[in-house]
Design a protein around this ligand. Structure first.
Ligand code: PGA
Length: 248
């Protein structure tokens, strides 16, 4: 029997927005009736405080693998936790590409987040060349296995996975609902080989050009439990529509 998983819609602002947008978004989300969906906002760090205590989840976009020390420009998980965050995005493809984050480093960061009681939103997903070659299941499995190896499968009870095919991020080229469902079902079955209960309960989000217009169809897929939204999370009304689409 399938467990009913609560959907989660997460907004990843990346390095966008300003204090005015933060205030608008906070106001729009606070007034909305969002009881059957978990909402998470991940703004740049200077804007976190606008969202803390407003009744929804707030997350960082990255954390250091270290607890403290001489790492100029980095932020530790315990600092995000202290600031009021519940989640943190880990291993986003932009960080894997721009900052050379390897599967091993991503696994270390997931461990660091878990140590601090933050829920890591672990991003996985294949680049276009791997999609064309056809080895995307193996590619995504290797990204997940690196984390399983580091933190153990039991910890996936405290992890959210976001499947974000790199070719769909910020390109307007959304994966079709069938393409998303295929990979989500694969991820769940891959985890089920290690622990079926955790596999059934884990939230697996889809990310990559999700908009108000396509969210409903994507979220209606059996193994799609919500989304990680980039561009469309910068418009309060669009983001709200996407959150509401997950509720239905
Ligand atoms: P996008 O970004 O919605 O702008 O494609 C998604 C993401 O990178 O998390």
């Amino acid at each position: 029997m399938q467990t009913k998983r609560q959907p989660l819609v997460a907004g990843n602002w990346k390095m966008n927005g300003n204090a005015e947008l933060a205030a608008q978004m906070q106001a729009v989300l606070s007034e909305a009736e969002l009881s059957n969906v978990d909402v998470l906002v991940c703004p740049p760090m200077p804007y976190l405080h606008h969202f803390i205590g407003a009744g929804f989840n707030v997350g960082g976009q990255n954390l250091s693998e270290f607890e403290s020390g001489a790492h100029t420009g980095e932020v530790a998980g315990r600092m995000l936790k202290e600031a009021g965050c519940s989640h943190v995005i880990v291993g986003h493809s932009e960080r894997r590409t721009d900052n050379g984050e390897s599967n091993t480093l991503v696994a270390d960061k997931v461990a660091s987040a878990l140590d601090q009681g933050l829920v890591p939103v672990l991003c996985v997903g294949e680049p276009e060349s791997i999609r064309e070659e056809g080895s995307f299941f193996e590619f995504v499995a290797a990204q997940i296995d690196a984390v399983v190896e580091k933190v153990g499968i039991a910890n996936f009870a405290h992890i959210v996975i976001a499947y974000e095919p790199v070719w769909a991020i910020g390109t307007g080229k959304t994966a079709s609902p069938e393409q998303a469902q295929d990979v989500h079902a694969f991820i769940r079955s891959h985890l089920a080989k290690m622990n079926s209960e955790i596999a059934e309960k884990i939230q697996i989000l889809y990310g990559g050009s999700v908009k108000a217009a396509n969210a409903g169809e994507l979220f209606s897929q059996t193994d799609v439990d919500g989304g990680l939204i980039g561009g469309a999370s910068l418009d309060p009304q669009d983001f709200l529509k996407i959150c509401l689409a997950a509720k239905e």
